[in-house]
Design a binder for this molecule. Structure first.
Ligand code: G1P
Length: 269
């Protein structure tokens, strides 16, 4: 049963400067709606009951906990749209928990901060830079997880020249058209060292035991603690990981170019 999701939101967002010098990047609107709301909606539709946000400051928390402000405005204006938006935020708020990551030490370190809150054997991790629209990727991954009783990573074929932007994995065995048993995964390899063109995209169904690896995990590429490296050490200990080539449309909101394109693409849906 996958009922909990975690979302790291404490990154510096340097790829989106100067916007992120003031804003949390996940609150930046994509076609009029903060990026984080697309991710929460994906979780809700996939049957997630609790979402743990890993934050570094109060901005995102304030967005969801601005009740006094909303109540005052609604009392004065009785605007239907505002009432609708406030109700939506109240619904989100009920399922969100916050933990802090005060230093940006990497995705692996962020995940480790949630250790004591994870109840079941598996949980969902979503990286908010990656929007996947048209088809619910988390929901599809949860069905693959149920079928194969395995950890799952979302994946996509990328062009060989871009491999160093992603975690890249090699295939041990093709299970079916969309699912591949993973042999190795490596964080942002050079074109020369990349074992394939299968990129890791920011949706993971991870086993609770990964916390043991994370607490011992040394910093890797760029001096950060990567979730990719913890996954690789689990694979080496014979934990089964499946790469799932998802069918939805991928939008990379973590770069300025991708962020601009995302609004245009979502407006077309
Ligand atoms: C992270 C992961 C990387 C993965 C990517 C997907 O990188 O470390 O393995 O391929 O997300 O978006 P980041 O985007 O944080 O640099």
């Amino acid at each position: 049963m996958i009922k909990q999701a975690i979302i790291p939101l404490a990154g510096l967002g340097t790829r989106l400067l100067p916007l992120t010098s003031v804003f949390a990047k996940e609150l930046l609107p994509i076609n009029g709606k903060p990026g984080i709301e697309y991710i929460i909606d994906e979780c809700i539709e996939a049957g997630i009951k609790e979402i743990i946000f890993i934050i570094s400051n109060k901005m995102i928390k304030n967005y969801f906990f601005n009740d006094v402000f909303f109540k005052k405005i609604i009392k004065k204006k009785k605007d239907k749209r505002i009432i609708r938006e406030y109700k939506k935020i109240l619904k989100y708020k009920k399922m969100i928990k916050f933990v802090y990551q005060n230093k940006p030490l990497g995705t692996g370190d962020a995940v480790l901060k949630t250790k004591k809150y994870i109840k079941n054997d598996y949980f969902l991790l979503l990286l908010p830079d990656d929007l996947i629209v048209k088809k619910n990727c988390s929901k599809a991954m949860i069905s693959v997880h149920k079928k194969y009783k395995s950890s799952i990573i979302a994946s996509m074929n990328v062009s060989k020249k871009n491999v160093s932007r992603w975690g890249i994995y090699s295939i041990k065995k093709k299970i079916d058209k969309r699912n591949f048993l993973i042999n190795d995964v490596i964080e942002k390899p050079s074109v020369k060292k990349a074992p394939s063109n299968k990129a890791v995209i920011g949706r993971y169904i991870l086993p609770k035991i990964i916390f043991n690896n994370l607490s011992k995990q040394k910093a890797g590429k760029g001096g950060e603690i990567h979730i990719t490296d913890a996954i690789q050490s689990l694979i080496k200990k014979h934990q089964k990981f499946i790469g799932h080539n998802f069918t939805g449309k991928y939008l990379d909101c973590g770069t300025m170019d991708g962020y601009i394109k995302s609004s245009l693409e979502i407006a077309k849906i």
